[in-house]
Design a protein around this ligand. Sequence first.
Ligand code: BTN
Length: 234
Amino acid sequence: MSDILYFETLSSTQTYLKEHYKQLDDRTVVVAAQQTAGRGRFDRLWISQPGGLYFSMLLKPTQSNFLANLTQLMALSICQAVEKYGVAPNLKWPNDVQVNGKKLCGILSEAVAQDGHIACIMLGVGINIAQKDLSHVGQPAVSLYELGVRVDKEVFLQEVLNLFFQRYQAVLTQGFEVLRTAYIERFPFLGKQIAIKNGTAALSGIAQDLSPRGTLLVQTNSGLQEILIGDLQV
Ligand code: BTN
């Protein structure tokens, strides 16, 4: 299984892995009780006060066909771990987990390239577990505590890791097909009017489908568009 390294405070578990990945084994997980410079997608700040579960997982896959799908596997594993506590979360493509429109979890995936190949990828995960007040976050957010769930962070992490590694090898070789049915069951936006923002660029249309490789197909005024990355807004 995974080596798990626990820290009280780090600037960012993601930055820690970037600086130490050469000495660390495949599947190492770094956890910090709080982060002073947690990072989100699109260079956003990720406020990381005590109570949340903040971790980054180091992966050194020998195959690199379907790396983007590993983030989706992580999001799905978190959804399924949350469901065990009687909460019904949904996925917000590509990798947010939310409950009733409020963000429960975000994932930042980054890769390090070396000599023309991927040396490692780092899946950075922030889950709102025990925070009692998330009003400072700047977007609708919710914690498991606020949903009435009392769970130990280490127990929850172990459940997520088990669910993730059950399908890890299969996703590396077969990609999104391994996840597609379970992912779509938790993705309530198909058939709905959505907007996708990617930096300053924006596009809107009807979310049509998720492709066999996990990209989002959006029917726009100018035809069907395949979206590889972005922020989904409804
Ligand atoms: C998002 O923008 O939704 C992704 C947020 C990812 C935050 C996690 S917390 C643990 C890891 N360390 C970081 O600095 N960021 C990720």
